[in-house]
Each structure stands twice: as structure tokens, then as C-alpha cells.
Design a protein around this ligand. Structure first.
Ligand SMILES: Nc1ncnc2c1ncn2[C@@H]1O[C@H](COP(=O)(O)OP(=O)(O)OP(=O)(O)O)[C@@H](O)[C@H]1O
Ligand SMILES: [Mg+2]
Length: 423
């Protein structure tokens, strides 16, 4: 069984052969005409020129205009001259011998090959007249013969014009169909191209999403490590250094070592909790105001700096993520005071307002020049403020840092007060 595509290909191959057939048939017609006119001559020949000479001239005419210059078929005026000549030769031959009706028939074919629009019908009608004449045995010689001639001519012209008319409609429809098929093929090609582009974009989006996910996760891990292990280790180092300096004072030495051990335990617990993505222990046991108060009390004891904690507004449970953010902010702000500020007093204020909650940590220490954007991270750390900023931005809040050398430091986090469960 042949597929539709094969059928279409085969039909297209036949269609491609048609012009070649049109170019060859005139010579077959001439040959048949000459042969029949020779073997069965008709006595009514009118021509003064011997018909083989006319036939030869006709063949040369066709060869010159059609076979040797195939590109000329699009030159309308030239083809008008050619067609007129063709009909002239056919008329001379038919008048000489009706057998040349076999040749005159070419007029129908070439009307379609070289003429356009209504000129086709003019050509078809002229050919019809010649064919009718040939069928009647040549030019009429009596009134009855004229009648017969008229009937034959009318029949040929009528039938040929009708067939040509339908042929033209079919041609036009074929051309339309061809155009539609080409448009469809073009639309399909564009669709395939768009789909390929879409696939590319999709893959690109996936890669970007994956990369963004990796970056987010890397930042999260960096924050967690900074806020649990790094902060803990910093505290432990400070305590062990202090223990080293208090070697002669047994009680102080012991206190520092005990604190270092406690800090190590806490850091380990916190690190484990953060790996399991569990909330900090301080928030597990108490609400945010109490957790902050406890954190500050312990920090004050360890670092021997006076602190004051204030809670304003009506304390209420916040979204767990918001509470963790504020606790971590306080932790890092206090760690920074301990490491850098040389402060004598630290104040911590937690304010519950309508739809925001703010946390301020102020110290009266040495301060530092705040740069905007923050100065690039150092190789030995310097990630605390960045992590703080990322955490606060992550819950839709803002972080402000005010400080100047000698003027103390104020860190202020303002976050939306999303209500949260007991968490
Ligand atoms: N309260 C403060 N008083 C004085 N200087 C401060 C204070 N807080 C921060 N700084 C300055 O800002 C710098 C950046 O702080 P940040 O917390 O980002 O890094 P870090 O504390 O040096 O290192 P880490 O990554 O361990 O936190 C500090 O090195 C310090 O110079
Ligand atoms: Mg820090």
C-alpha cells in the first residue's frame, strides 16, 4: 500500500513532465499531418506553398520560440507574436490539408502554455475554428457545407472553451492549495522552531533555578555555620585565652574553662539542631522576650558588661522564622560587642508594634565606620553583619546599622510581625 506522501510525490513527478510534453507534441502533430497528407492526399488544397515547407517553417518557429528559449514563455507580448504565428502556420496547413488538424490541436495546448487571461480564450477559440475546419474537410464550398462548418466550429469552440474554463478554475484551485500547503509547512516549521527555542529556555530556566537553589543553600549553610560553630568557637577561644591569663588565680581559671566547656556543648547542640533544621534551643524552651533576656543575661555574665533589656508593646507569638531571625540578630550583635566594641554598657530593646517588630542593640563602645555597601568580606571572617542582613531580608524586614568611631554602635532590625503558631 502506498502512503499519501508517496502518491503526492508521484503525482508531482507527472506534473513536472507536462511542460516537456507540450513542447514535444507539436512535432508529433506535424509528423502525423505530413504522413497522412502524403499517404492520403486531399484534392482541395488551397496553399500555394508546398505544405512540407510550411510544416518545416512551423517546426522552426516552435523550436525557436519554445524549445530553444524556454525562458521566453513569461514574456507576454513576445508570446502573443509566437502564438499568432503558430495559428497562422496551422491555418495555412489546415487549409492545404485537413489532416493537419492533428497539428492544429497544439493551439489548445500552447494557449495554456504561453497565453494569459482572456487571451487564452481567444487562442482556444481560434484553434477551435481551425479544428472545426479540419473536421469539415477544409474550407466549405457550398451553403450546406458552410452550415456544417458552422456547426463543427461552434461545437469545437464551445467544448474547448468550456473545458478550458474548468481547467483554469482547477488550475487556480491547485495553485491556492499549493500555497496553503506551503503556508502550512512554513507554520509547522516555525512551530517546531518555537518549540525548540522553548525547550532551550526551559532547560536554561531549570539550570538557573538549580544554580539559584545551590546559591541559596550555600548562603544558608554559611549563616548556620557562622551563627553556631564560628560564634561558639570565637567565644571558646576568648574564654581559653582568659583562662590562660588567669593561670595564677585558680577560681577565675576554673570559671573560664567551665564557660568554654559550656560554650562548646551549646555550640555543638546548636550545630546539630541547625543540621536537622530545628529551631534554636533557646526558643524551644521560652518565648522570644524571655529567650532574649536569658541570652543577654548569660552574655553579660560571661563578658562582664552591664546590660539592660526592654520589651515594649504587647508581646505575642511571631512566625517561628521571624523569632529565629531576631534571636540570631541579637546573638551576633552581642558577639560583635564582645569582640570589637570594648563597651561598658549594652541596651537591648524589643518593640512589638502594629505590624512590625523591632529589635535594637546599642552599645557605648568604640564604634566603626559604616560603609554602604558594606566593605568586602575579609578572609578571616567578617560574615556576621552580612548574615544578619540576609536573615532579616529573608523574612521581609530591614536592617539598619548606625555607628561611627568613638560613638558606639546601634544595630536595628525591623521585621514584619507575621503571626505564628506556638512553633
Ligand atoms: N558593635 C561593634 N563595635 C565595633 N565594631 C563593630 C561592631 N560590630 C561590628 N563591628 C565592626 O564591623 C566588622 C564586621 O562585623 P562582622 O560581624 O560582619 O564580622 P566579624 O565580627 O569581624 O567576623 P564574624 O564573621 O566572626 O562575625 C567587625 O570586624 C568590626 O570591625
Ligand atoms: Mg561578627
Amino acid at each position: 500500500m502506498t502512503s499519501t506522501a508517496e502518491q503526492v510525490d508521484r503525482l508531482a513527478a507527472w506534473e513536472a513532465r507536462e511542460p516537456g510534453l507540450h513542447r514535444m507534441l507539436p512535432y508529433v502533430g506535424l509528423a502525423v499531418g505530413i504522413l497522412l497528407a502524403t499517404v492520403a492526399p486531399v484534392p482541395v488544397g488551397l496553399s500555394v506553398v508546398p505544405d512540407p515547407v510550411v510544416a518545416g517553417l512551423a517546426a522552426a518557429w516552435i523550436a525557436w520560440f519554445v524549445n530553444l528559449h524556454p525562458g521566453w514563455t513569461s514574456r507576454r507580448r513576445l508570446m502573443g507574436i509566437y502564438y499568432t504565428g503558430l495559428i497562422g502556420f496551422a491555418a495555412l496547413l489546415v487549409l492545404d490539408s485537413p489532416w493537419y488538424g492533428f497539428f492544429a490541436w497544439v493551439g489548445f495546448l500552447h494557449a495554456f502554455l504561453v497565453l494569459h487571461g482572456r487571451w487564452r480564450f481567444v487562442g482556444v477559440a481560434a484553434t477551435g475554428v481551425l479544428i472545426g475546419t479540419a473536421q469539415g474537410g477544409g474550407l466549405p464550398s457550398s451553403a450546406g457545407h458552410w452550415m456544417l462548418w458552422a456547426v463543427l466550429v461552434l461545437f469545437n469552440v464551445g467544448v474547448a472553451s468550456g473545458v478550458s474554463w474548468f481547467g483554469m478554475i482547477t488550475d487556480r484551485q491547485n495553485a491556492n492549495r499549493k500555497r496553503l500547503v506551503e503556508e502550512l509547512a512554513e507554520a509547522n516549521r516555525r512551530l517546531a522552531e518555537t518549540m525548540r527555542e522553548n525547550e532551550g529556555l526551559h532547560a536554561q530556566l531549570l539550570t538557573q533555578a538549580r544554580e539559584a537553589g545551590v546559591t541559596d543553600e550555600r548562603q544558608r549553610m554559611a549563616r548556620e555555620i557562622h551563627d553556631t560553630l564560628a560564634q561558639g568557637l570565637t567565644g571558646i577561644i576568648t574564654q581559653l585565652e582568659a583562662a590562660g591569663q588567669a593561670r595564677d588565680r585558680r577560681a577565675d581559671w576554673q570559671r573560664h574553662v567551665d564557660t568554654a566547656v559550656a560554650l562548646a556543648r551549646e555550640s555543638l547542640t546548636e550545630a546539630r539542631r541547625s543540621v536537622r533544621a530545628v529551631r534554636p534551643e533557646a526558643l524551644e524552651a521560652a518565648r522570644l522576650p524571655e529567650a532574649l533576656a536569658e541570652l543577654t543575661r548569660r552574655w553579660s555574665t560571661i563578658n562582664e558588661v552591664n546590660t539592660e533589656v526592654n520589651v515594649t508593646g504587647e508581646a505575642r507569638p511571631l512566625h517561628p522564622e521571624v523569632e529565629v531571625t531576631l534571636l540570631r540578630t541579637a546573638q551576633e550583635a552581642l558577639a560583635n560587642v564582645a569582640r570589637h566594641a570594648k563597651a561598658s554598657r549594652v541596651g537591648l530593646t524589643l518593640s512589638y508594634m502594629g505590624d512590625v517588630v523591632t529589635l535594637d542593640v546599642r552599645d557605648d563602645g568604640v564604634g566603626f565606620p559604616v560603609t554602604d555597601p558594606p566593605s568586602p568580606r575579609r578572609s578571616d571572617g567578617g560574615y556576621g553583619l552580612t548574615a544578619m542582613r540576609q536573615r532579616v531580608a529573608g523574612v521581609g524586614g530591614e536592617l539598619a546599622i548606625e555607628s561611627e568611631p568613638g560613638g558606639g554602635t546601634a544595630v536595628s532590625a525591623s521585621v514584619p510581625a507575621h503571626a505564628g503558631g506556638v512553633g
